[in-house]
Write a protein that binds this ligand. Structure first.
Ligand code: SF4
Length: 238
């Protein structure tokens, strides 16, 4: 299957290494540079990345607002905070008991092992990612979000939008593993934290505005290169 001369892939095949940058430029030309991730400080981004699991960003904002109201968007303060009090502050983010516990454990680990978030973030990108993944409750997407958006390391973030969009445009396997897709982007793009940062934001924007569960292909900036639009929606040209 090919779309306007561009190779698509089947099963385990991956698109050519030039495709990610081509797609990024296409999305950026429509959406512009997206100044992501919401958060005023590294600590706020770190806390937000943990709280945003299984909830909307709106709910995270309420929890962060509660923490800010107590001047507690601080790794040190969260590590030493009474757990019940922390639970009440992060309650709007849902699963608040589990999240408060995990947040406190993560902050305690950083303070006890490194003394501060800045020292922790001085680790190299790969080591930082491994340490983050060793913290209970931090999975690959959260680890990469923290490494990229809080620590500024070139660690590409994969989320459900990325998988869905890559599957629809290029035919990558729906069951592709997180690590495989991440490695593909990092191989194709080279180490570039600023590019990774904005590219992930572009995927989120495309996923929210057009490539929803029920896609809105007409008007989508990727429509003319998208295998799904051509072969399933029968839209050609857009
Ligand atoms: S054309 Fe449709 S399926 Fe393809 S990326 Fe855009 S919204 Fe998704």
């Amino acid at each position: 299957m090919s779309v306007k001369g561009k190779p698509a892939c089947h099963g385990d095949e991956m698109p050519g290494s030039g495709e990610p940058l081509f797609l990024y430029r296409l999305l950026r030309s429509r959406f512009g540079f997206l100044d992501w991730w919401p958060g005023d400080t590294k600590e706020e981004v770190f806390v937000g990345a943990i709280l945003t699991q299984q909830t909307s960003w709106k709910n995270v904002e309420k929890a962060i607002s509660n923490l800010k109201g107590c001047d507690a968007v601080s790794i040190e303060k969260i590590a030493s905070m009474d757990l019940h009090r922390l639970e009440q502050l992060v309650r709007p983010s849902g699963y608040y008991r589990q999240k408060a516990m995990r947040l406190k454990q993560a902050c305690s680990y950083i303070i006890n092992s490194y003394g501060s978030l800045d020292s922790f973030f001085r680790l190299g990108g790969s080591e930082l990612r491994l340490k983050l993944l060793s913290i209970k409750g931090i999975g690959p997407e959260t680890a990469d979000s923290i490494a990229l958006y809080a620590a500024g390391k070139p660690s590409f973030v994969i989320d459900a939008y990325t998988k869905r969009i890559m599957h629809r445009i290029y035919g990558t396997s729906e069951g592709i593993s997180y690590e495989e897709l991440k490695a593909y982007f990092e191989r194709s793009l080279g180490e570039d934290a600023e590019l990774y940062n904005d590219f992930h934001a572009q995927f989120v924007e495309l996923g929210k505005r057009y490539c929803r569960a029920k896609p809105l292909c007409s008007g989508c900036p990727a429509c003319h290169i998208c295998a799904y639009a051509k072969n399933v929606q029968n839209i050609n040209p857009c």
